[in-house]
Every structure is written in C-alpha cells, then in structure tokens.
Design a protein around this ligand. Structure first.
Ligand SMILES: *[C@@H]1O[C@H](CO)[C@@H](O)[C@H](O)[C@H]1NC(C)=O
Ligand SMILES: *[C@@H]1O[C@H](CO)[C@@H](O)[C@H](O)[C@H]1NC(C)=O
Length: 305
C-alpha cells in the first residue's frame, strides 16, 4: 500500500511554528465529526483523499480554516494518501474530497469540467461549512446554494456538515426530489453530533444513501412483446392499467422492481408502437415520440431491436 503525502500547508505551518511557540490546536466538534465520518466511510486503501481549503478571497487565508485543515491533515495523513489544495484545481482530483469552505461563494469558485472519463467515476464530497451562521435560515440558504453547485457537478454523494454556535454539529444531505416532485434541491438533516457522539448509526450518514424518488409518478411507455412485456387484462382500460400487477414479462418485472427500490410510482401509458418519427403520418402512437416529447420517462419492451 502506498502512503504518499503532499503537505504544502503543513510545511508552511511548521515553518511558522519555528518563529512562534506552537498554539495548542483545539479539536473542534466540527473537525471531530468530520474525522469520524472519514474514518467510517473512507477505507485507507480505497483511494487518495483530496482536501481542499477554499476561501472566498484566496489572498486572505482564513486562520481558523487553516487550523482545521492542519488538524485534519495530521490526523488522517498517517492513515491515508492525501492531496491538498488551497485553490480550485481544474479537474476533480480524487473520488473522495473534503472541502473546507467558509461561504457558498468559496465553494462556487470550483469549476470542474466533467469529461467522459469523469462520468464513469463516482465522487464523494464531505463539505465542512466552517463559518458559524447566525441564523438557521442563513445556514440553510448557504447549504442549499452549495448543494445546487453539487448538482451542477452531477454529484449526489454529498455530506454537508456545519457547527452551530453551541458546538452542536449538524449533518445534512440533499435530495433532488421533494414531496411535490418538482425537481428542486431539498436539504435533509440526516444526523446530529453532540458531546462527541452521533445520534444515529453510520448508515444514516453514508455518502451513498441511495436515490429516492419519494413516490413521484413516472410515465412508462411500453411496446407489448412477449416475453419482454405482457399485460394481463385489457390494456385500453385506464383502471386496469393502474393495477401494476397486471404488467409482467422480463421488462415489466424489472421496472416494478426498480420502482420498489427507488420509490417511484408507475403510470402506465396505453401500449405504443415502435414508430420512428411523428413526421411519418401512419397513425402510429409512437413509443419513441412519447419519450422524445417528454410524455413519458421510461420505455420498455425490447426497444433496441
Ligand atoms: C377495454 O377497455 C376499454 C376502455 O375501458 C373498453 O372501451 C373496451 O370495450 C374494453 N375491451 C374489452 C374487450 O373489454
Ligand atoms: C404528448 O402529450 C400531449 C399532451 O397530452 C399530446 O397532445 C401529444 O400528442 C403527446 N405526444 C405523444 C408523442 O404522445
């Protein structure tokens, strides 16, 4: 196993330590919670951990943040391969990234370009909002803003943590669909760290908590073709189509399984034909057109042949 380490800032603080007597570094609840999450979620052999210290104004370092970064490096550095950054890199550097940010603007300075190569990788962000916000509304506003940036990066494995003035650490995640299924970002408080303990087991704050579509309805277009898709009953009858047990066959069973895993409801359209385009006026209801015109989200029934 390789243990390599880039200690850009660590060296800098060592040099400064030679001039001033070293300040005892206090392990704040925020850092203690972050270290615990890293210890349980990132295996040392899994990857290199990137640690990014981003402030809104890169010229003026945030002393408190710099101290937090030092503690993280010292605590994690002997366990794991690390890369550290004090300004945004052009590309996402590792699968696991810890961000220290004091504002949404600091996080928004990131401008990754996802290439085809990146789209095959999955990223996990642990974001420490280091500034203590004066109100809950302000805190949620900043975290929502950061979450929206994560959505732009196509990253959903995100844990956001922040410390309140009373030392309680709040652990958030975001989901893309809220109860109204309107595709907005909603924040979810997934755990609380208080007096050195999390309230829940580590599954609650795992990076990959899975996608939930919160019971949202998804239109399903289908081309009846056994053994892929069959319908038991009268598929022209809307009442019968609402009874999803009637949908069967390989694709039919698969879509029902996916619906139970990702919590979406199946709204089965009337059966459609494999038409190529609506331009060809041949009275064909057109499965592909239904998807192209966003009348449905899913198409089943051996459509590739
Ligand atoms: C199937 O359902 C449709 C719509 O309810 C109805 O018009 C039609 O008569 C039904 N066909 C049969 C064979 O029952
Ligand atoms: C899509 O839905 C609209 C509105 O319900 C309808 O007018 C249109 O014909 C549908 N298109 C296809 C391809 O099904």
């Amino acid at each position: 196993m390789f243990h390599y380490l880039w200690l850009l800032m660590g060296l800098r603080s060592l040099a400064m330590g030679a001039l001033h007597p070293p300040q005892p570094e206090v392990m704040t609840p925020l850092v203690a919670a972050a270290l615990e999450i890293l210890a349980e979620q990132v295996s040392p052999s899994q990857s290199t951990l990137a640690v990014m210290d981003l402030t809104q104004d890169a010229e003026h370092r945030d002393d408190r943040q710099e101290q937090l970064m030092n503690i993280i490096l010292r605590s994690v550095g002997s366990e794991m391969a690390l890369r550290t950054f004090q300004k945004p890199p052009a590309e996402v550097p590792a699968s696991f990234v810890v961000f220290l940010v004091n504002s949404a603007e600091a996080f928004n300075t990131l401008g990754f370009h996802f290439t085809d190569f990146h789209s095959t990788r999955e990223f996990n962000f642990l974001i420490l909002l280091t500034r203590r916000m004066s109100s809950r509304a302000e805190r949620l506003e900043v975290l929502r803003d950061i979450s929206r940036t994560c959505v732009r990066f196509h990253t959903s494995n995100v844990i956001l943590i922040t410390e309140k003035r009373d030392g309680v650490v709040l652990v958030y995640a975001y989901s893309l669909l809220n109860m109204d299924c309107d595709l907005s970002v909603s924040l979810e408080l997934i755990d609380i760290y208080e007096n050195g303990l999390f309230r829940h087991g580590h599954e609650a704050r795992s990076f990959n908590r899975g996608l939930s579509l919160s019971g949202c309805p998804l239109q399903v277009s289908w081309y009846p073709l056994a053994p892929f898709v069959s319908f038991i009953g009268n598929s022209s009858d809307p009442e019968e189509r609402a009874q999803t047990w009637r949908l069967t066959g390989i694709d039919g069973e698969l879509i029902k399984l996916l619906a139970s895993i990702f919590h979406f409801r199946i709204l089965l359209e009337e059966p459609c034909d494999k038409c190529l385009s609506h331009d060809i006026k041949d009275d064909c209801s057109g499965c592909f057109d239904q998807v192209i015109f966003s009348n449905s989200s899913i198409l089943i029934g051996a459509m590739s042949g």
